[in-house]
Design a protein around this ligand. Structure first.
Ligand SMILES: [Zn+2]
Length: 382
């Protein structure tokens, strides 16, 4: 199967990219952007695959079956450098390393491709390291950058790249994907697609994990029943606990494995005495793991905010009587009761508070304080 078909709801981007992949000299720098979960890294990787694909016919590229396509999919193509970070910022050293790798001649295909995810995580000093490399790369090098939004990437970088804005897939497109690719029944696919709001990662998780479905319902119904301030504080506490548990579960699954892999790579068995240099490397790994845990927690809390946003959208839909279908249809009774306790103006203010909470948890405000303030603002006005 042609790999382009795996992208959901991206007809315009696919048209732009397949044309480019068929050219003799495609642009040498690209910036893919789109909301989390719409498939930004997948689109960039599929474009990389099309550029490296061995099919003679340009229309058949990203075929998915030739050796080049298969090694890209397996993450082992020698001409593709795929950089992903789990840290909150990309370091100058990491950028320099990519600049060096961008100079290497391709060994199999025509192109040397550097796929750099989350270019928005480059501080200005890091961006400056990449500038020249992106502006005047060797003729065989193509840079693919990704970001949630172009505005989050420095203008100097952005202006040197061809923009590939990805669409947010419509619920019908997500539902069709869930039915055909994951085998969901039409009803479950519709419900899941509505709740996922164009986020395919969320759709896949809700489709495959009953706990995730239950947790989402918990999160969305939590603010609807708050009666007083202590209850609001408890609700904030529960949300924070769920996010901490999520980070903890991930840590248990991965930290020990990462540590063992590092020790093996350094030539040690567990329990061996480490040299000072290697001890520093293990400490660095532990620091990275702490940062990763923090990021998972922040991402989970951010997800809760997106879920709560769908709740407020439903409340507003009922208050202004727009007649649009509710996203959280399964909670219609509770949401209707809540909508009657507030005015549309108050719901709009709540949406603003939600945005502020999002900025706070991405910044350095304690998540607990941010969520306590948010939950308190959901209380019925006295
Ligand atoms: Zn191929």
């Amino acid at each position: 199967m042609n790999l382009w078909q795996q992208l959901v709801g991206q007809d315009r981007a696919i048209e732009q990219l397949t044309l480019a992949a068929a050219q003799d000299r495609p642009s040498h720098a690209w910036l893919f952007s789109g909301q989390p979960g719409v498939g930004v890294p997948q689109a960039a990787l599929t474009f990389a695959t099309a550029l490296l694909c061995q099919q003679e016919d340009p229309a058949a590229r990203a075929c998915g079956i030739c050796p080049a396509c298969q090694s890209v999919q397996a993450g082992s193509h020698p001409d593709l450098v795929h950089f992903v970070t789990e840290k909150s910022s990309i370091s100058i050293e990491e950028a320099r390393d990519l600049v060096v790798k961008a100079q290497d001649r391709p060994s199999l295909g025509r192109w040397r491709i550097i796929l750099l995810e989350d270019a928005d995580r480059m501080p200005e000093r890091t961006s400056n390291v990449l500038l020249k490399a992106i502006e005047e790369p060797p003729p065989y090098t193509i840079w693919l950058l990704t970001t949630p939004s172009p505005a989050q990437v420095l203008i100097t970088i952005r202006s040197r790249c061809r923009a590939v804005p990805l669409a947010t897939p419509r619920p019908q497109q997500v539902a069709a994907y869930l039915q055909t690719q994951l085998g969901l029944s039409p009803e479950t696919a519709d419900l899941t697609a509505r709740l996922a709001q164009g986020n395919l990662d969320v759709a896949r998780q809700l489709a495959s994990d009953p706990d995730a479905r239950q947790r989402r319902t918990q999160v969305v119904s939590l603010p609807l029943t708050l009666r007083n301030l202590p209850a609001a504080m408890d609700a904030a506490d529960r949300l924070i606990s769920i996010a901490e548990a999520q980070a903890e579960a991930d840590a248990q699954a991965r930290n020990q494995a990462d540590r063992e892999a590092l020790l093996r790579a350094l030539g040690y068995e567990e329990g061996d005495k480490l040299s000072p240099t290697h001890r520093a490397q293990v400490r660095q790994l532990e620091e990275d793991q702490k940062r990763r845990a923090k990021r998972i927690q922040t991402d989970t809390l951010d997800r809760f905010l997106s879920d709560l946003q769908t709740l407020l959208r439903d409340v507003l839909t009922l208050q202004v009587g727009s007649g649009s279908e509710l996203i959280n249809l399964h909670l219609a009774d509770q949401i209707t009761a809540y909508a009657q306790q507030k005015s549309p103006q108050q719901t709009l203010e709540l949406l603003e508070t939600l945005k502020l909470t999002r900025r706070r948890i991405q910044g350095n405000v304690s998540p607990r304080l941010a969520f306590e303030a948010l939950m308190a603002s959901f209380l019925p006005s006295s």
